[in-house]
Structure formats: C-alpha cells, structure tokens
Unconditional design. Structure first.
Ligand code: SAM
Length: 203
C-alpha cells in the first residue's frame, strides 16, 4: 500500500522487479492520495493493468480514516514515495510530529511488515525536521521506543553530496534511472540517480 501515492508510479517498478525475478504472484496494491488531480493518471494505470493478474486500486481519501486492510490481515509493504519530503516542506514542526505519530500508530495497528522510503537526497537537520530523511529517522526512533524489533537499511547513489552516519550503502550502478523515451525532453542532461532509500523490516 502506498501513502501519498500520486500517480502510483511504484506499481510499475514492483511489477518489473517481479517479472525480472520470474515471480508469478499477483500484487494487491492500494494507493491513497488526498488530491484528486492524479485521478486521470491513476485511471490510465488501472486500465493498462486490468488484463494482468494484479489488483490495483486508488483512493482519494484519508488513509488513516479509510484503510480497511487486506483479507489476510497483513500489509506486506508500506510505500512512502516522495511523501515525507512533502510533509517536511509543507507541515509545521508540530504538524510533522503529529503526522509521524499517526503514521506510527497506523503501522502498528495494521500489521505493516515492511516500509520503503524513497525520496530526494537532501539529508536535512534533526532539530527542524526539514527533510524526508529526518522524518523517516524520527518514525524509526518512535517505532523503536514502542519496543518494536526491526532491521533497517540505508541506500544512496554515488553522487550523493551529504548524508549522516547511518551506514549508507552506495549503489554501484545507476540502473534505476528511467530509460529516456523518444520526445521526452524532461530527461535531457539527467545522467544519474540522486535519491535516497530507507528500508525497514519489522520482525
Ligand atoms: C510529492 S507528491 C508524491 C507523489 C507520488 N508518491 C510520487 O512519488 O510521484 C506527495 C503527495 O502526497 C500527498 N499527501 C500528502 N499528505 C498526505 C496525506 N496525509 N494523505 C494522503 N496523501 C497525502 C499529496 O497530495 C501529494 O500528492
């Protein structure tokens, strides 16, 4: 499930990863975003995947109030794709704490097994919580303070200008970079990836 899913682009990455590994399981994907501006793209996505075994659905509702969970009572993966940098930019300091608290309650209440944070590379400051990375670290520390056992991995790309001492692993290749499509000039001069990922596995 994806919070602040926007166009839900991660669906394609997940399906590609399963196909490469020849894993024939269906995904059950639920994306939530408060903005309905993404609806046309979400509908394109649903239509183009309707003939596959995957079940993809989008909601323009507040996840914390509206998520009903999956049939087996487990959510294998919570995706936070460029969501926390959005919160870092637009929420007050109090609002950021409140949002992370809500997220932690949600994670524990809905039996979330894994969390994937994918966001811009800006590392930010602990005191002002001015980056997605800092909000994710706050989330992890709050989970820890609740006595939850977890493992965490931090990953970034070789060109990353600055990061803390969390033990970041550097990708050796840029093979996550989108392939340039003919006529798409937005990708001109984009030669390498620049994002950070944090993956939490709840034991
Ligand atoms: C920067 S966009 C990222 C969209 C998408 N995940 C992507 O990577 O393209 C952040 C999105 O988070 C959504 N958002 C922010 N707070 C939210 C909340 N509390 N519940 C659901 N969506 C939220 C916004 O509406 C916005 O579409």
């Amino acid at each position: 499930m994806s919070l602040g899913c926007g166009p839900g682009s991660e669906v394609y990455g997940i399906i590609k990863a399963l196909r490469i590994r020849k894993i024939g399981v269906p995904i059950y994907y639920e994306g939530h975003d408060l903005l309905d501006v993404w609806e046309p793209v979400q509908n394109l996505c649903k239509n183009s995947l309707s003939s596959t075994q995957h079940v993809v659905d989008f909601h323009t509702t507040n996840l914390f109030a509206d998520f009903h969970g999956f049939d087996n009572g487990v959510t294998n993966l919570l995706i936070l794709n460029y969501l926390l940098s959005h919160a870092a930019k637009f929420y007050s300091l109090q609002g950021k704490h409140q949002f992370v608290d809500e997220l932690v309650d949600f994670i524990l209440h809905h039996n979330i097994r894994n969390i994937l944070f994918n966001d811009i590379n800006y590392y930010g400051n602990y005191a002002s919580l001015d980056s997605g990375v800092q909000l994710m670290n706050l989330l992890i520390s709050k989970i820890k303070s609740k006595g939850v056992k977890y493992t965490v991995g931090y990953a970034c790309f070789p060109f990353d200008p600055y990061r803390g001492n969390e033990g970041w692993k550097f990708y050796k290749k840029n093979n996550l970079l989108f392939q340039k499509l003919d006529g798409n000039n937005f990708m001109n001069n984009v030669g390498y990836c620049n994002s950070k990922q944090i993956f939490v596995h709840i034991q």
